[in-house]
Design a protein around this ligand. Structure first.
Ligand code: GNR
Ligand code: NI
Length: 167
C-alpha cells in the first residue's frame, strides 16, 4: 500500500472531469487500497481519485466511527434523489475550511465494485452527503462551488495568499 499526495484548491487538476473505469484489474484494486490508506491517514470520511491526481471515476467512503466499514464506488451515478437537507461540509482538498451546503436528503446510487459488478444503494444522512460530495469531485466540482459568490471569493483569496506565501 502507498500513501498518496492530496491536491489542494485551487489546483486546476481538481477541475478535470474523471473518465469511467474500463479495466477491473489488480491495478484498480491497488488504487482503491492506496486511496483507502490515504483517506484513513488524512483522516477523512471520503476520497475521490481526482483528489490524488487520478482522473478516473473511483470513490472510497468510510463513515463508520471505527473506520472499519469501507465502501467503494466505481463509476457511480445518482439515479434517484429526494428532498433537500443542509450539512456543514469540509474537504481534504480545501483544508481548514467548513461551511453549510444544501444537497438532496436521500439518493439512490448505482455503482460497480472492483470486480465490475453493479449494485445499487439507498443513502441518507451523512452517507448521502458524502456520496454527493465525492461525485462532485469526479466532475471537477468542489463544495466551495456550492457556496455564495462572496464566500467562495473569500476562500479563494485565502488559498491564493497561502499559495503565494508558500512559494
Ligand atoms: O472528510 C471529509 N468530511 C466531510 C464532511 C462533511 C461533508 C463531506 C465530507 S468529505 C471529506 C473528505 C473529502 O474531501 N472527500 O472528498
Ligand atoms: Ni472533498
Amino acid at each position: 500500500m502507498a500513501l498518496l499526495e492530496i491536491l489542494h484548491y485551487p489546483d486546476p487538476r481538481l477541475r478535470k472531469k474523471a473518465r469511467p473505469v474500463t479495466h477491473f484489474d489488480d491495478a484498480l484494486r491497488k488504487l482503491v487500497a492506496d486511496m483507502l490508506e490515504t483517506m484513513y491517514r488524512a483522516p477523512g470520511i471520503g476520497l475521490a481519485a481526482p483528489q490524488i491526481n487520478i482522473a478516473q471515476r473511483v470513490v472510497v467512503i468510510d463513515i463508520s466511527r471505527e473506520n472499519n466499514t469501507p465502501q467503494i464506488f466505481i463509476n457511480p451515478e445518482i439515479v434517484e434523489s429526494r428532498g433537500k437537507d443542509t450539512m456543514e461540509e469540509g474537504c481534504l482538498s480545501v483544508p481548514d475550511t467548513y461551511d453549510t451546503v444544501e444537497r438532496a436528503a436521500w439518493i439512490r446510487v448505482k455503482a460497480m465494485n472492483t470486480n465490475g459488478e453493479s449494485f445499487e444503494l439507498e443513502c441518507e444522512g451523512l452517507l448521502a452527503v458524502c456520496v454527493q460530495h465525492e461525485l462532485d469531485h469526479l466532475d471537477g466540482k468542489l463544495f466551495v462551488d456550492r457556496l455564495s459568490t462572496l464566500k467562495r471569493s473569500r476562500i479563494r483569496r485565502k488559498f491564493e495568499k497561502a499559495q503565494r506565501l508558500a512559494l
